[in-house]
Design a protein around this ligand. Structure first.
Ligand code: CP
Length: 328
C-alpha cells in the first residue's frame, strides 16, 4: 500500500506544498514544466487565464515579505482567483483569537487556499493538518525550515539559463544555518541530480551534519566558487541568530562577500543568484548584484509562473473520482 504524505492526496497528487523533501524528481520537473507554460501568460496583452475562476485564495503572512507575498497575489490574480490578504496586525488574533480558530472562520467563508508565511518552523504543516478536505495550504516560508516555492523558482531560473542539471556545480554561499531557502534548494538540487553541490560559509553558519544531505562543505570562498556554474548568495539572517556568530559585517564581507574579483574564480558564464532581500556590501557587492552575471530579478519574475503552477496543480486538481490514479 502506498504511504501517503501530508502534502499528497490519496491519488498521489499534490494537495498542499509544504516542503521539497519527499517530492520525487518527476514531480519537481512536472511543476517546472507547468511553470514554463505560464511564463507566456505574463507576456500576453491580457495577463489572465481562467483556471482558478471561482476559487478564493487567502494570503496569511505573519512575517514580512515583498517578493513572495506580491508574486503569490499576482499569480492568483493571473489565474482568475479571488485573493484576500489578511492584515495580521488588524485581525482578531490581536484580541486573542487562536490561529486555528481564525482558519476555521475563513473556511466558513468558503476559502479554498491558504498561503502561509510564519516565523515558526512547522506552522504550515500544523495548518495543513487542520484544514477542511477541499482546502490546500502552501508554505510561503516557515522559520528556518522550508521555502519550497522559492527553491522551485530558483530551479526554473537555473533550468532556463543552463538547461540540464546533471553537469552543474552549484555553490550556495552564506548563512546556511538559518536559511529555509538553502534547505529547500539543497533538497531540490540533490533530487534533480546536480554534479556537485557545495555550501560555503564560516563554521558558525553551517548546521551540524549538513553533509548527510549530499553537500560538500567549504569554509573558504575561493575553494567554494572554483569553476562553479551557479553561485547562490544568501543574506545573514540576523533576526534568527542567537549570540555573536560573526565578528562583524565588515569582516564577513572581507571573507565571504561576493565581489567581481572573487566571482572570477567561478566559470566565466556562471550565473549569480540571490533569493532577496539583498544586503549590498554585506554578502554581495553592488557591482555583482547589478552586473551582467546576475539573474536576481529574473528569479523574481519566474516566481510568478512557479506560483501559478503550484496553485493550479494543487487547487485545480480534478475531483478524486475522475482523477487518474498516479504512482506516488
Ligand atoms: N525571497 C523571499 O522570500 O523574499 P521575501 O521575504 O521578500 O518574500
Amino acid at each position: 500500500m502506498r504511504r501517503r504524505s501530508l502534502q499528497h492526496d490519496e491519488q498521489g497528487r499534490l494537495r498542499h506544498l509544504l516542503t521539497i523533501e519527499g517530492l520525487k524528481r518527476a514531480q519537481i520537473v512536472d511543476i517546472l514544466d507547468t511553470a514554463e507554460s505560464f511564463i507566456s501568460v505574463g507576456e500576453q496583452k491580457v495577463r489572465k487565464v481562467p483556471l482558478l475562476r471561482g476559487k478564493t485564495v487567502v494570503n496569511l503572512f505573519f512575517e514580512a515579505s515583498t517578493r513572495t507575498l506580491t508574486t503569490f497575489e499576482l499569480a492568483a490574480k493571473r489565474l482568475s482567483a479571488d485573493v484576500l490578504k489578511i492584515n495580521i496586525n488588524t485581525s482578531a488574533t490581536v484580541k486573542g483569537e487562536s490561529l486555528l480558530d481564525m482558519l476555521h472562520n475563513l473556511e466558513a467563508m468558503q476559502c479554498d487556499m491558504f498561503v502561509v508565511r510564519h516565523a515558526d518552523s512547522g506552522a504550515a504543516h500544523l495548518i495543513a493538518r487542520h484544514v477542511a478536505p477541499h482546502v490546500s495550504v502552501i508554505n510561503a516560508g516557515d522559520g528556518s525550515h522550508a521555502h519550497p516555492t522559492q527553491a522551485l523558482l530558483d530551479m526554473l531560473t537555473i533550468r532556463r539559463r543552463k538547461g540540464e542539471f546533471a553537469p552543474l556545480t552549484v555553490a550556495i554561499v552564506g548563512d546556511i544555518m538559518h536559511s529555509r531557502v538553502a534547505r529547500s534548494q539543497i533538497h531540490a538540487l540533490t533530487t534533480l541530480g546536480v554534479s556537485e553541490l557545495r555550501v560555503v560559509a564560516p563554521k558558525t553558519l553551517i548546521p551540524a551534519a549538513v553533509e548527510s544531505l549530499g553537500v560538500h562543505v567549504c569554509h573558504d570562498l575561493d575553494e567554494g566558487l572554483r569553476d562553479a556554474d551557479v553561485v547562490i548568495m544568501l543574506r545573514l539572517q540576523k533576526e534568527r541568530m542567537q549570540g555573536a556568530l560573526l565578528p562583524s559585517e565588515g569582516e564577513y564581507f572581507a571573507h565571504f562577500g561576493l565581489t567581481e574579483e572573487r566571482l572570477a574564480v567561478a566559470k566565466p558564464d556562471a550565473i549569480v543568484m540571490h533569493p532577496g532581500p539583498i544586503n549590498r556590501g554585506v554578502e554581495i557587492a553592488s557591482s555583482v548584484a547589478d552586473g551582467p552575471q546576475s539573474v536576481i530579478l529574473e528569479q523574481v519574475s519566474n516566481g510568478i509562473a512557479v506560483r501559478m503552477a503550484v496553485m493550479s496543480m494543487t487547487l485545480g486538481r480534478p475531483p478524486a473520482d475522475t482523477a487518474e490514479v498516479q504512482a506516488g
